[in-house]
Design a protein around this ligand. Structure first.
Ligand SMILES: [Zn+2]
Length: 471
């Protein structure tokens, strides 16, 4: 074990040498990975073959390395908006290609295993950065019907490989927490069941043992952030069906990590997790692990929010009361889905003590004032930019009116929300509403919350997020 932890740490420290810099934006597309796959074709350690075509005609590839008896199969991004592991697979290819001090390990690995990869099973979904394929089918509910070409391709690759171990690679909701711990579920594992009774077969037990070992290894890097994914049997899902056919399947879900919206750190953890798993399968070191370690992992709970403001004083109907406000940010696709803007909503109001925020603000002693719309209309964005924002915020303004201007985007180029076409708009403090309000200390402006993002009195800047355009 000590040796395995050392190996994991050496991967951790060497990672920047292997990280594929072509995949820096999480919304990378098929066209971004295609040249990387073609590059592998020219390297004799890899076998690259076309496994089939997506509904929109994108070639899906199967990439193999090694000559060993133990068969491993990793597939990623069957949900188009879950790219973290796909990027990690290309980092792993670079690791295999690069001359480094892991030569002995690689020889041992390739002598004992054959590792097969199918990155981006759902390229059409990835193009739109959406979960489902172009037929609006969730591929992970198409494992028995195989109505989508992508599910067919995955199924026939699996049947051809007949893997001893399969890794089903996904991203999960950032809202998941590690039980009641207040920590995000950064990585969740599952040894999928193959029946409603959740029977323990030998192959499923081996998945659990491998996960137990992973828990011990990864706890060095993400302590308290590792969970067990919901283990209800899903007869339409791939992991469950592949387990039924006798393979040891491991589901890996990358969740949320503080200050890492792009999930670059969790991509690195995927890199470490997969390479240490391959080593374990080659050495059969997982066999000495206990399934109880897996079974006692905290479950996924949904107790994380993007931003929680605690203990705010609100006045309504001459009454004063104190609440917490929980805010989540939805990502809305723009720029042909390469980029996004944020649309925030109030997730909950009241006692949110059971929840944790990726960001939190203690607003004890501060009073909430609902955001107002400035009466004077502006004629251009430049005119808005010439006004001192602090003077507007002091007045409780979160929204500005802009006339005779058409803006195509739905996100504002300035600190404030912009109202076009003189539409009526009244901010409210209620569930699902866009959080637009001011926090005051007595009568003194302290913070503005515009589209859910915090603007401080002293900085007046916005490091992240955006205001909205209402039209
Ligand atoms: Zn998924």
């Amino acid at each position: 074990m000590a040796q395995d932890i050392q190996f994991a740490w050496s991967l951790y420290h060497g990672y920047e040498n292997y990280k594929d810099k072509h995949l820096s934006n999480r919304r990378f597309k098929y066209s971004n990975i295609l040249p990387l796959i073609h590059h592998l074709k020219n390297k004799n350690i890899f076998t690259v073959k076309k496994a089939g075509e997506s509904a929109e005609g994108r070639d899906i590839y199967l990439i193999s390395i090694g000559n060993g008896d133990k068969k491993i199969f990793c597939w990623s991004q069957m949900h188009g908006d879950e790219p973290t592991a796909t990027a990690a697979l290309f980092d792993i290819f670079n690791f295999f290609l690069t001359e480094n001090h892991f030569t002995d390990f690689k020889h041992f690995l390739f002598d004992n295993t054959t590792i097969n990869f199918m990155p981006m099973v759902n390229p059409d979904g990835a193009e739109l950065f959406q979960r489902r394929n172009i037929f609006e089918i969730d591929l992970n509910r198409d494992a028995t019907q195989n109505q989508s070409p992508e599910a067919k391709i995955l199924y026939s690759a699996f049947n051809e490989i007949k893997p001893d171990f399969g890794f089903n690679l996904h991203d999960q909701d950032r809202a998941y927490s590690a039980g009641l711990s207040g920590k995000s579920a950064a990585i969740s594992f599952l040894a999928p069941p193959f029946d409603y009774a959740k029977t323990l077969s030998e192959s499923r037990t081996n998945s659990m043992k491998l996960i137990s070992e992973q828990y011990n290894l990864l706890s060095d890097f993400i302590p308290g952030h590792i969970t067990k994914y919901q283990d209800d049997y899903e007869p339409r899902a791939f992991g469950d069906n592949f387990t039924k056919s006798g393979s040891s399947i491991v589901l890996i879900e990358s969740g949320g990590w503080r200050d890492d919206r792009e999930k670059e750190f969790l991509r690195k953890i995927n890199f470490i997790s997969l390479l240490t798993s391959f080593k374990s399968i080659a050495e059969e070191s997982y066999l000495t692990e206990k399934i109880e370690t897996y079974q006692s992992l905290p479950n996924n709970e949904k107790l994380m929010m993007d931003f929680i403001i605690r203990h705010i004083t609100v006045r309504k109907f001459q009454t004063k009361y104190i609440v917490d406000i929980g805010i989540n940010y939805e990502e809305v696709n723009i720029n042909k889905n390469y980029s996004f803007y944020y649309k925030a909503k109030i997730e909950d109001i009241g006692d949110l003590s059971v929840y944790s925020g990726y960001k939190e603000l203690d607003a004890t002693g501060l009073t909430l004032i609902i955001g107002k719309t400035y009466e004077t209309e502006f004629n251009s964005v430049n005119e808005i930019k010439s006004v001192d924002p602090s003077s507007l915020l002091q007045k409780g303004i979160t929204n500005l009116k802009l006339s005779n201007v058409d803006i195509e985007n739905n996100y504002s180029p300035v600190l404030f929300n912009i109202i076009l076409n003189n539409i009526e708009r009244k901010e409210e403090l209620k569930e699902e509403a866009v959080p637009n309000f001011i926090l005051c200390d007595g009568r003194k402006f302290k913070y503005a919350i515009i589209n859910g993002f915090l603007i401080k009195a002293n900085t007046m800047g916005r490091k992240e997020g955006n205001a909205l355009i209402f039209k």
